[in-house]
Design a protein around this ligand. Structure first.
Ligand code: MBD
Ligand code: FE
Length: 296
């Protein structure tokens, strides 16, 4: 069986380009790369040409998720795997692959309709080392662990689990959580050392509930938190430590409404299932109505 190796890139539809440029650089520490295209700019977090394509328009939601496989042979084998499972996909044209700065690309949809891309051969610009948008003590955790994780909408969690399992991810229910709408039982799935690359099973109106980016240095999480507080960005869940991945994180509202979970200190993915009722400490609720009104 072929497996994806990492969550490699995200496409994001955004309506306020200037707000995002400021937030991404001055709060999070990402680097803006503008190649003069009128409808988009890029965000970098390491030496990849980009990790985020910011599509400027009228909407605010995730546009697509890019899952990497090792090479063109693995991409061919993934095609067979999708065909055997009866999952529709399309081999992208050379122009479409070039648009993503990758060597090979498939396009399909997950069971909730989230545009999904499977690719090999990303462009890595080692001649253009990552330059953070604000001072940073360390870096972002990427490498073999991909860009971070996303909590996404899943209309049918069982079908969603089947789909991401077919892509090669592994995982299970990680919590039983109290919400205003009853008990949520979110799934957490991984494809490398990162504890989880995708999670779902919390009611979400948008494709994207939150994305999590991880700092190597605790000081950078502290700085992000200071800047969020100084500038008065809404905080949905205060600083706290998750029970499943051990990460110290907080959730602030992005200029697009979805949450940004910024964190530090996550443990690696686990081989055995376990579930939790509550987090270790913190993650107290603050700004409500931002998609994560759960008791952690
Ligand atoms: C996470 O990253 C998360 O977003 C939630 C809700 C619970 C555990 C880990
Ligand atoms: Fe998360």
């Amino acid at each position: 069986m072929v497996k994806v190796t990492e969550l490699g890139y995200l496409g994001l539809n955004i309506s306020d380009a200037q707000a995002w440029r400021n937030y991404a650089t001055e709060v999070v520490g990402l680097e803006v790369l503008d190649e003069g295209e009128s409808d988009r700019f890029f965000l970098r977090m390491d030496n990849w040409h980009h990790r985020f394509v910011m599509h400027v328009g009228k909407q605010d939601d995730m546009a697509y998720m890019g899952w990497r496989v090792a090479d063109s042979g693995a991409l061919k084998a993934m095609e067979q795997q999708l065909r055997d499972a009866g999952v529709e996909y399309r081999v992208a044209s050379n122009e479409e692959a070039a648009e993503r700065h990758v060597l090979g690309l498939l396009k399909l949809k997950d069971p909730s309709g989230i545009p999904t891309e499977i690719f090999c051969g990303p462009r890595i610009d080692n001649h253009l080392p990552f330059h953070p948008g604000r001072r940073m003590h360390g870096k972002f955790v990427t490498g073999a662990e991909g860009l971070g994780h996303c909590l996404i909408a899943a209309k049918d969690p069982a079908a969603t689990w089947n789909f991401y399992s077919l892509l090669g991810l592994t995982g299970a229910v990680g919590y039983h959580l109290e919400t205003p709408m009853g008990v949520a039982k979110p799934f957490f799935m991984h494809c490398n050392d990162r504890h989880h690359s995708v999670a779902f099973g919390v009611p979400s109106e948008k494709f994207l509930n939150h994305m999590m980016l991880e700092y190597t240095a605790l000081n950078d999480l502290g700085m992000a938190h200071d800047i969020v507080r100084q500038r008065g960005f809404p905080v949905a869940l205060q600083l706290g430590k998750h029970s499943n991945d051990d990460a110290l994180t907080f959730y602030s509202g992005s200029p697009s409404g979805w949450l940004m979970e910024l964190g530090w200190g996550s443990c690696k993915s686990q081989t055995q299932e376990q579930y939790h009722l509550l987090d270790v400490f913190g993650h107290g609720p603050e700004a409500t109505g931002m998609g994560l009104d759960v008791k952690l």
